[in-house]
Design a protein around this ligand. Structure first.
Ligand code: GDP
Length: 426
């Protein structure tokens, strides 16, 4: 049975939530392997919009076991509110049944949030544009070996030792930056209390997933953020602090690297980015405004307006290769209706110099490349009810096929609206 991954091919917000929910119909387990509650995966159920931050995107699928893997950093207070919020909206979340959390996942604490805000403030104009939720500092503590893990919330003695270690590492920094020292007693009380709530869900999920894989269960790994935000392979330093690409799957789930046999890369028919960092095909003119409004490009976690631009085939080819994409899902094709002509970036002039034209994605000086565009004819009409590929306007098909050729990976699914059924299989 295949273990698959659904992953965003740019900087996040590619529409992964909907696509994971769609393919979860063929999964027994869905597991998040990286990131934290900075993710915002949107599902539309009977016309109602549901944004998930930490809970995996198959929570609406009966019978699927949703796992928050060890590679995710978990704010337990946020998780409790997200679970309660979903239940209030009629979603059947059963801890230990359809939702599990790895005991080895690291915990985001209030001190991480405070440090996130202070560090961003200190960066001034060079700020990374983090969501301010403590994700980066929690990953940093994981690497520095002074973190608290979800399993600690069930073990008071272990929690005490972890908190003492953290306090001795962090108080001096907090003092230097003008913050308050960690109140270990209050934190201990709050963590044990939230741990009691989460207890039924906390498990050795790596073991459970390996057993499931060995017995032939279908596991779908849910990417968060996107390949170009991967800490190693993304647009450093404007990246997230985890291995968001498929390289993070084994580390963040406990599955063996050989388990992964299918990778679906999700990408919009144009490009968007939230926060700072290079974005070669970014549009700043009136077209940008129209595209942002047509695609309702405002962050689902922060509400920030997203930066928008033309499709970047250089970047997507790179990320598809890096992630090992076996197929591509193209979302938001409907949004491009009425934009004429369409532009697609096919190469970069490095340093703005046409003599140094390259079709490869550079690790440095991405902010100084000039995109080389190929023009595609635009198309009109409402695509949102199209379900057969042959019913798309000829120019829309030519656009899809042109992108496919440039990326070098087959586009097997085209999405034409936010709803679960608004897809075209090719
Ligand atoms: P994710 O973080 O990758 O899950 O992406 P988001 O959920 O933040 O952003 C995707 C947005 O686009 C959400 O509002 C979706 O409901 C919406 N969406 C997904 N697919 C399509 C599509 O094909 N067309 C349109 N118009 N909207 C879509």
């Amino acid at each position: 049975m295949p273990t698959s991954c659904v992953i965003g091919l740019l900087w996040g917000d590619e529409g992964k939530g909907k696509i994971i929910d769609l393919f979860a119909a063929e999964a027994d387990w869905v597991v998040r392997y990286a990131g934290g509650h900075n993710a915002g995966h949107t599902l539309v159920r009977d016309g109602e919009r549901l944004v998930l931050h930490l809970v995996p995107s198959a929570i609406l699928r009966p019978g699927v076991r949703n796992v928050i893997g060890n590679g995710v950093v978990v704010d337990p207070f946020h998780l409790r509110s997200e679970v309660l919020g979903l239940r209030e909206r009629g979603v059947d979340v059963q801890l230990g049944q359809n939702l599990l959390v790895s005991e080895a996942a690291h915990v985001i604490l209030p001190v991480h949030k405070a440090l996130d805000a202070m560090a961003e403030e200190r960066r001034g104009a060079a700020k990374i544009g983090t969501t301010g939720r403590g994700i980066g500092p929690a990953y940093a503590d994981r690497a520095s070996r002074c973190g608290v893990r979800v399993g600690d919330l069930l073990r008071p003695e272990s929690l005490d030792a972890s908190l003492q270690r953290l306090k001795s590492e962090k108080d001096a920094l907090l003092e230097a930056w003008g913050g308050d020292p960690i109140d270990a007693d209050a934190l201990r009380r709050d963590l044990l209390e939230v741990g009691e709530f989460l207890a039924p869900a906390i498990a050795d999920t790596g073991h459970l997933l390996r057993e499931a894989h060995r017995s032939g269960a279908r596991v779908l790994c849910e990417g968060a953020q996107g390949v170009l935000l991967d800490v190693d392979h993304g647009t450093y330093p404007f990246v997230t602090s985890s291995s968001a690409s498929t390289g993070g799957v084994a580390g963040g789930t406990g599955l063996p690297p050989t388990a992964l046999t299918q990778v679906r890369g999700v990408v919009k028919a144009y490009a968007t980015r939230v926060g700072s960092g290079p974005f070669p095909t970014e549009l700043r003119c009136d077209v940008a405004h129209r595209l942002r409004e047509a695609g309702r490009e405002y962050g689902s976690t922060t509400g920030r307006p997203r930066r928008v631009g033309w499709f970047d085939a250089v970047a997507v080819r790179y990320s598809a290769q890096l992630a090992g994409a076996t197929e591509v899902v193209l979302t938001n094709l409907d949004v491009l209706s009425g934009f004429r002509p369409l532009q697609v970036c096919v190469a970069y002039d490095l340093g703005g110099d046409p003599e140094r034209r390259s079709e490869n994605f550079p690790a440095f000086e991405l902010d100084r490349v000039r995109p080389v565009f190929r023009e595609f004819q635009g198309f009109d009409g409402d695509l949102s009810s199209v379900r057969e590929y042959s019913d798309l306007p000829a120019a829309a098909r030519a656009y899809v096929e042109g992108l496919e050729e440039l990326i070098g990976v087959p586009i097997r699914t085209v999405s034409v609206g936010p709803g679960r059924d608004q897809v075209i299989a090719r």
